[in-house]
Design a protein. Structure first.
Length: 169
């Protein structure tokens, strides 16, 4: 959800459907959507998730009398391989300095930026930035992303700032 002046946008990241409300809700909402296939875990995302399950399976958990109980995550593995994920998260909508809607989401192991003027899709920009968190925001004429640090495998992030320019200016 994001607001700009008297406009409010609500969205469903799973179906990639957006509703725009104008003028304090006095008119009917405008519904628009992108036709995109469901987003599934990438091999990289699954490997990261699976490594945490493997650690828990090896360690077990304390049970009655101090004995370790073996954990098993096979059902979770099966579920997550089939479970669609949202294309964008709760905070994935932003409005730029020209009042255009930006949708910041994930596609494969990269970040997509879809731009809309009113309900018209203007285009998609792809950025080589794998984000495991929610961080991605547009404010004015700037985009900020928190990308996973490719060098540091310990969960660090790299903050990247991009200036939004018009017509190559």
């Amino acid at each position: 959800m994001v607001a700009d002046g008297d406009r409010l946008w609500l969205a469903d990241g799973y179906s990639y459907t957006i509703w725009r409300y104008d003028g304090g809700g006095k008119s009917a909402p405008v519904r628009f959507a992108r036709s995109v296939p469901p987003r599934m875990l990438t091999p990289r995302e699954f490997a990261k998730l699976d490594s945490s399950w493997v650690k828990l399976e090896r360690a077990g958990m304390p049970g009655p009398g101090g004995k370790r109980i073996r954990l098993e995550f096979d059902a979770e593995r099966k579920f997550m391989r089939k479970q669609p994920l949202p294309h964008f998260q709760y905070l994935g909508l932003s409005v730029d300095g020209l009042h255009r809607l930006w949708v910041v989401g994930r596609s494969n192991d990269s970040t997509f930026l879809d731009v809309f003027a009113d309900a018209t899709f203007l285009g998609r920009h792809m950025i080589a930035c794998h984000r495991s968190g929610y961080a991605g925001v547009v404010r004015g004429h700037w985009l900020a992303l928190a990308c996973d640090d490719e060098v540091d495998d310990g969960g660090g992030v790299e903050i990247r700032l991009y200036r939004i320019v018009e017509n190559g200016r």
